[in-house]
Unconditional design. Sequence first.
Length: 93
Amino acid sequence: MAIISIEREAEFESGKYVPSCKSYSLEIKGRYDPDGKTIKKNDTGNEKIVKGSFYSKYVPSIGKIIRIKIESLNIDEPVLSIDYFQTHTIISI
């Protein structure tokens, strides 16, 4: 189990999209695998070493996952990148 923080950039109000910077937390099921070897680019284009990846069937409908917390492993890290596939999502930290 992991708790992810999602930031919403916009939301519906009276049938229109309105800019918003609200964030909320959500608990999702999945599996964590440590890494330490893979290099990925973050949102700004900088290369970073992936500490680990969290695999889940959860795909956010609105918003961007900005942080992940896995209490059983004492992990509370910002998200490096997210890869969406048809059957699952990989959250790299």
